[in-house]
Design a protein around this ligand. Structure first.
Ligand SMILES: *Cc1c(COP(=O)(O)O)cnc(C)c1O
Length: 494
């Protein structure tokens, strides 16, 4: 099992791909070919628990890891870190619609599924590829990645982690989670700009030769905890495979029978993991790609034109407020049959003009696999309210966007194939958007009063990691311009 880049032929091991994060040509690492999950393996996995399934799936990609290294990593990631035994339970909302709850981890968002595991995969990868060097994790966040990465990497020996977030682009709760992060190896800083500014800043620093020398001189090396790192994707593939096994175990699906997947999408990492599961042989039918008012992906799926020259909106689902979906590059590689020159060409156009168009035949292929749709904040709130009243199920705004778009898809197509819908955050993480949707009346001024009011109104418990935040001291209050990100990093690394 080897990996190549989306932009030029490369041949690296999984440990090299994970340790480096980004390929040296600016592209993303992708498997040269997809390992297959045999029917016999599915049969065995049906009776396994989540951790055992994770070991099986990861072993197919991480062929340069020992079975023991994988087992130890999985054990550490999913033992005692989630609020229940199964980290990714499947809950039936109504017959045919199953919610895959991915937010039972320590930061209450789906990023934990990957970021509890990544530090272990990364430190093992570093030992294999760059023994003795400190890995410096550099991350841009639209809110949830930052905290999940901080929680995963805090005080992990041989690593340091630096997180940049857009000053006005994350929720109050997300911000508080980050600025209260403990750990001797962590740094957190706000950026004057939006998520794309933060992400672009980080991408430039990765490619900056001066910074490379600076780190080299200190026996350090950059790596990434963003979903551009294959070590983030692999753990996400696991939960789609696991959901398939659970559907069979619960008698909702026969082996080999198709199901659709609906995902609230930002950087395209979560939905891409479903695509990868399908490439491995899991019978996934339509992929329903849900966006908020920043509906660049809806337009792309409907027209074949990706155009970021448009206004950027701040919405009640901030983790999807993104105009450049990094992982789409991996999808393009798949659509273009790993034609690296074609993908490199599109990415160059995107960098130069903010726009590219795919050919008619590639668009047809894309549309045969995907449905793209979006909903605005009013639609999001309406869906949260309706879902709670009808099913007594409380969902967060990101999940609500996916539910709304799933309903649009059902109405338009009449397709009633069983569906797995990814639920990506605890509703308590976004109380200021969720509370008014389920309880009319004045909104408390303080975020924690909103959380308490939401718990009262719904009779649901506040997740422990959020309840405890109120009493923690703020440890990080820096804010810099995009141009000053390098200075911040140098100040922290010394
Ligand atoms: C990150 C995130 C998303 C978007 O996931 P991508 O993998 O970036 O597409 C959706 N919802 C929540 C709550 C998130 O944290």
């Amino acid at each position: 099992m080897h990996f190549t880049s989306t932009r030029s032929p490369r041949n690296v091991t999984s440990a090299q791909a994970i340790a480096r994060g980004l390929a040296d040509d600016g592209g993303l690492f992708i498997p040269q070919e997809f390992p297959k999950i045999s029917d016999e393996l599915v049969k065995r996995m049906i009776d396994m628990d989540y951790k055992a399934r994770a070991r099986e799936v990861l072993a197919l990609y991480l062929t340069d890891f020992s079975a023991d290294e994988i087992a130890r990593s999985v054990e550490a990631a999913y033992t005692g870190t989630f609020d229940q035994e199964n980290p990714a339970p499947l809950v039936e909302l109504h017959p045919g619609l199953n919610i895959l709850e991915l937010w039972h981890g320590p930061t209450c968002a789906f990023k934990d599924m990957a970021l509890q595991l990544l530090p272990h995969l990364l430190t093992i990868s570093a030992r294999k590829t760059a023994p003795g060097r400190t890995m410096v994790i550099l991350t841009a966040t639209s809110g949830d990645t930052g905290k999940a990465a901080l929680d995963g990497f805090a005080d992990v020996p041989g690593t340091k982690i630096i997180v940049f977030y857009p000053q006005n682009g994350v929720s109050a709760m997300q911000k508080l989670q980050m600025v209260t992060q403990k750990g001797d190896n962590v740094a957190v800083c706000a950026i004057e700009g939006n998520f794309d500014d933060a992400q672009n800043g980080v991408k430039h620093i990765f490619a900056d030769s001066e910074m490379k020398q600076y780190l080299n001189a200190r026996d350090m090396e950059f790596s990434s905890a963003n979903s551009i790192n294959f070590g983030r994707l692999a753990p996400q593939i696991v939960y789609y495979v696991s959901a398939y096994c659970d559907l069979i175990r619960q008698g909702k699906l026969r082996r080999g029978e198709r199901f659709n997947v609906a995902v609230p999408t930002g950087n395209f990492g979560n939905i891409l993991a479903a695509v990868y599961a399908r490439e491995m042989g899991i019978p996934i039918g339509k992929l329903i790609c849900a966006s908020n008012r920043n509906n660049i992906l809806t337009d792309f799926i409907r027209t074949g034109v990706y155009d970021r020259n448009r206004p950027f909106y701040t919405t009640t689902s901030p983790s999807m407020d993104i105009l450049i979906s990094s992982n789409l590059e991996r999808m393009l590689a798949l659509l273009y049959g790993n034609d690296t020159a074609a993908v490199a060409g599109l990415m160059e156009q995107l960098a130069k003009t903010g726009r590219y168009a795919i050919s008619a035949d590639v668009l047809a292929k894309l549309q045969s696999q995907f449905y793209g749709g979006f909903c605005d904040d009013a639609g999001t709130a309406a869906t949260i309210g309706e879902t709670f009243r009808k099913y007594h199920y409380l969902c967060d705004p990101h999940t609500a966007v996916a539910l709304n778009v799933y309903e649009q898809y059902r109405r338009e197509t009449g397709d009633d194939t069983p569906c797995v819908l990814a639920s990506t955050a605890s509703p308590f993480k976004f109380a200021s958007a969720v509370l008014p949707a389920v309880r009319p009346g004045a909104l408390p001024a303080d975020e924690f009063e909103m959380v308490t009011a939401l718990a009262d109104a719904t009779k649901l418990p506040v997740p422990k990691p959020l309840a405890g935040l109120k009493d923690l001291p703020v440890l990080h209050n820096g804010c810099v311009t995009k141009e000053k990100m390098k200075n911040f990093i140098r100040d922290f690394l010394g």
